[in-house]
Design a binder for this molecule. Structure first.
Ligand code: ZN
Length: 289
């Protein structure tokens, strides 16, 4: 998609499943299951939709998906489906991993950072994007290195430490323009150090909400996940961002939505809003589920 002077492409990574109750927090199942069908283990199917931004002299990839460093136990627990990989999706749009010079991660949970590295035959994790600098909030990196019991299971040092060892992590503080038109914006709520990504060119704005708005079903402001560490803060931030997204017609990316990866939020009041999908690559997948 041409987007002002930039080119945007959706880059799909592997799909997986998480418990539906955990994805929708205090929202009763009778409400969320109208939007997501649960399997026999009460899990819902989720995507890892990454965003590729190409501009004058740069190739930036937002998020990296789950990657492939998984054992049998985790593949079963999360129903990891690697029919689609970030590497394959990049190839479809003519990009090699070595072409990526900026890897922007919203935060370091495994479903966002897992694809940042890959395993060598000897079992060592190495950067999957050998020429990229990894951009993450300093607060998130510090937390990932000494997590809390509540979120320890979401962090795997092999996802980011190979970049640190190579001197290629840039831990940023606050809003920061990673590449011309590509700006990271801290959004507290899912956790303390998560950042969203705003892409702007010639008046167009795209916004990558990451886990602040993981699927189109999470557009209503109180529909947040049980994983969120600071729910009240998240609700305040969502209220502000979703209203702006609707008013300014942002192209919104929904990282975990298996059916509508990007679209525009329409409607004026919370609870009455919906998403108009944008025709992305691979529209045939929409009819699934
Ligand atoms: Zn996530």
């Amino acid at each position: 998609m041409q987007f002002g002077r930039l080119q945007l492409d959706l880059v799909r990574g592997p799909e997986f499943r998480l418990d539906g109750g955990a994805m929708f927090g205090v929202v009763p199942k009778v409400l969320w299951e109208r939007r997501f069908r649960a399997d026999e283990r009460n899990r819902v199917r989720l995507a890892t939709n990454c965003l590729l931004v190409r501009g004058d002299g740069f190739v930036a990839l937002v998020e990296s998906g789950l990657g492939g460093k998984w054992g049998a136990k985790e593949r079963d627990r999360y129903a990891i489906d690697e029919k689609t990989t970030v590497e394959g999706s990049l190839r479809d749009v003519g990009v090699r991993p070595a072409d990526v010079d900026a890897l922007v991660l919203s935060h370091l949970h495994f479903d966002h950072a897992g694809g940042a590295t890959r395993l060598e035959p000897d079992g060592r994790a190495v950067p999957a994007f050998e020429n990229a600098t990894l951009y993450v909030q300093e607060e998130e990196l510090a937390h990932a290195r000494s997590p809390h019991e509540r979120d320890r299971a979401s962090y795997r040092p092999d996802d980011w430490e190979p970049y640190a060892r190579a001197g290629r992590i840039e831990a940023v503080r606050g809003e920061f323009e990673v590449r011309p038109g590509v700006t990271v914006v801290p959004v507290r709520g899912h956790n303390a150090g998560m950042q969203a990504i705003r892409v702007e060119s010639e008046g167009y704005v795209a916004f990558y909400f990451a886990d602040a708005l993981p699927t189109t079903a999470h557009v209503p402001v109180p529909w947040i996940m049980a994983y969120d560490l600071y729910p009240v803060d998240l609700i305040e931030n969502k209220r502000r961002l979703v209203a702006r997204a609707a008013a300014e017609e942002w192209l919104c990316v929904f990282e975990h939505d298996p059916q509508v990866p990007w679209g525009r939020i329409v409607g004026g009041r919370d609870g009455e809003r919906s998403v108009e999908p944008v025709a992305g690559q691979d529209p045939a997948r929409r009819s699934e589920t």
